[in-house]
Design a protein. Structure first.
Length: 244
């Protein structure tokens, strides 16, 4: 039985993704069936002057991007600690945790040096001390910030699945730009993951998010965890297909 079929047929999670678009706006957006796919360099509603950039950072290429990684961690601190109130490590105004290792990749959306959004990718084969990746560690009881029943099945360990965490769009981004910036970020996430050999990305999203992505043709997504109500937000794990 294939991994994807097993995820769907086996019915035996604090949210990793904050809401990028308010949940009540997701369903209307999902009805826009003919949205054109855009590239970061093209003129879009999100980037009318073509100044939006999406960069994939790794430990090996940080030196090519100036202070972008530092600014990314500072933006994470603002979003996840200052605004969301999460209890996370920070130093010098930067948020980080045990999953920011050389195995990770960080996709950063930026304009004129300002970080507008980002997401972290971690291979499900990752190991660093007694940590692996966030969803699996929650399931195993290694961390207690996510309920252990996050998934319908045993957390996968395979080079063809990567985990997405710390996904955000800055609150400074105007509402009229958020959907387009979100699209650019998710497209680059999928491209990066596929380039690393992934066929799927797994993560925790607002409950209607996977339906919205599928209808817009962004990513084929399947719900793979129970719906949870966390602080008034309905969330669940989703498996997103990014490779062939």
């Amino acid at each position: 039985m294939s991994i994807q079929r097993d995820f769907v047929t086996n019915r035996s999670w604090l949210s990793i993704f904050p809401e990028l678009v308010p949940q009540e706006e997701l369903e209307p957006l999902a009805l826009e069936a003919n949205v054109k796919e855009e590239k970061p360099e093209q003129k879009t509603r999100a980037s009318p002057s073509g100044n939006i950039r999406v960069s994939t950072l790794s430990i090996g290429n940080l030196h090519n991007h100036g202070e972008l990684f530092i600014n990314f961690l500072r933006a994470r601190k603002e979003v996840f600690i200052s605004q969301a109130g999460w209890d996370l490590p920070e130093v010098d105004g930067m948020e980080f945790d045990q999953y920011d290792t050389p195995r990770a990749r960080w996709i950063v959306l930026h304009e004129f040096g300002e970080v507008l959004g980002g997401v972290r990718l971690t291979p499900t084969t990752s190991r660093c001390g007694h940590y692996s990746y966030m969803i699996r560690d929650a399931q195993l009881g290694v961390i207690d910030t996510i309920p252990s029943d996050v998934l319908f099945f045993k957390a996968p360990v395979t080079p063809t699945i990567w985990e997405a965490t710390r996904l955000f769009i800055s609150s400074d981004v105007l509402a009229a730009r958020r959907a387009d910036l979100q699209r650019l970020l998710l497209e680059k996430m999928a491209e990066t993951a596929a380039g690393l050999g992934a066929e799927h990305v797994i993560g925790i999203v607002p409950a209607v998010f996977s339906k919205w992505m599928t209808r817009l043709g962004l990513l084929s997504a399947v719900q793979v965890g129970p719906v949870m109500n966390i602080d008034g937000t309905r969330t669940q794990a989703a498996l997103m297909r990014v490779g062939r």
